[in-house]
Ligand binder design. Structure first.
Ligand SMILES: Nc1ncnc2c1ncn2[C@@H]1O[C@H](COP(=O)(O)OP(=O)(O)OP(=O)(O)O)[C@@H](O)[C@H]1O
Length: 252
């Protein structure tokens, strides 16, 4: 009998503090390879901190993170982790074209000071195609819609050759049509075997496209299928909404 594969993302007992603020308090979760897992929680529940810890940008006071069974530093070095940041963290006035943003995913492959080669340009073209952005390759990043911007960062991760993707609120500020396009791209990535951890406040879409869900309140208070995690009691307790409101609040 072969052993089960290591989780793509394994977070064990992670505690993070910013000065006096306890942002994560022994958070523990696993995401199996080839799954889409929703990361749910109210404002300030520690979702972005969890992403930063997985990325190695914030140091944990206790606990550890493993990516495919190895240390997070190794995964960063090899470009295994792709990160799609919250929109507010990006300077959209920065004068770069969409193709340049996606090419940034290739920097680790090029080495410092080296210019893109054919393989890099091909990888960028493929990533743009996968995300439906080929026609916008030459456009300034700031001149894209919110949903297109998100897809540009997904394309950057694809060009990088990432296997594990962390997406911080990919649906914030995007309309229903863009949201549907992003969901389609994420599903296709999952079907190709990638692993995705997606933070979202859009509870209504979760059962639709996520295999698993995690509810975070500084620690993980529930993990399972979306149906197991998003129970009426938990919706009311964590978000102060009834299930019907979560559906009605779609896109709000
Ligand atoms: N750099 C920082 N310095 C001090 N406190 C911070 C810092 N970053 C986050 N915090 C605090 O840590 C806690 C967790 O914040 P975090 O951004 O991880 O939450 P979040 O779940 O991503 O929230 P949101 O849904 O609003 O994006 C909050 O209380 C926040 O105020």
């Amino acid at each position: 009998m072969s052993a089960a594969p290591a989780p793509a993302i394994e977070v064990s007992g992670v505690t993070v503090r910013y000065g006096d603020v306890l942002a994560l308090d022994g958070a523990t979760l696993d995401v199996a390879p080839g799954r889409i897992c929703a990361l749910l929680g109210t404002n300030g529940s520690g979702k972005s901190t969890l992403f930063k810890t997985i990325l190695g940008l914030v140091a944990a006071e206790r606990g550890r993170v493993r990516i495919h069974g190895g240390p997070t530093e190794a995964a960063r070095r090899t470009g295994t982790i792709g990160y799609v940041p919250q929109s507010e963290q990006v300077d959209w006035a920065f004068p770069v074209r969409v193709a340049d943003v996606v090419m940034m995913g290739r920097y680790g492959h090029m080495g410092i000071g080296r210019s893109p080669r054919r393989a890099d340009r091909d990888a960028v073209a493929r990533a743009l195609e996968r995300t439906g952005l080929s026609a916008l390759a030459g456009r300034q990043i700031g001149a894209l819609s919110g949903g297109q911007r998100k897809r540009a960062f997904v394309a950057r991760g694809i060009a990088q050759g990432a296997d594990v993707f962390l997406l911080d609120e990919p649906f914030a500020g995007v309309d229903k049509r863009s949201e549907a396009t992003i969901v389609e791209v994420l599903r296709a990535m999952r079907d190709d075997g990638h692993t995705l951890l997606v933070s979202t406040h859009d509870l209504a879409t979760v059962p639709d496209f996520c295999d698993d869900a995690v509810l975070l309140q500084r620690r993980v208070v529930a993990q399972g299928t979306p149906g197991e995690v998003l129970t009426p009691d938990r919706l009311m307790e964590a978000f102060g909404v009834a299930p019907a409101e979560a559906r009605a609040g779609e896109g709000a």
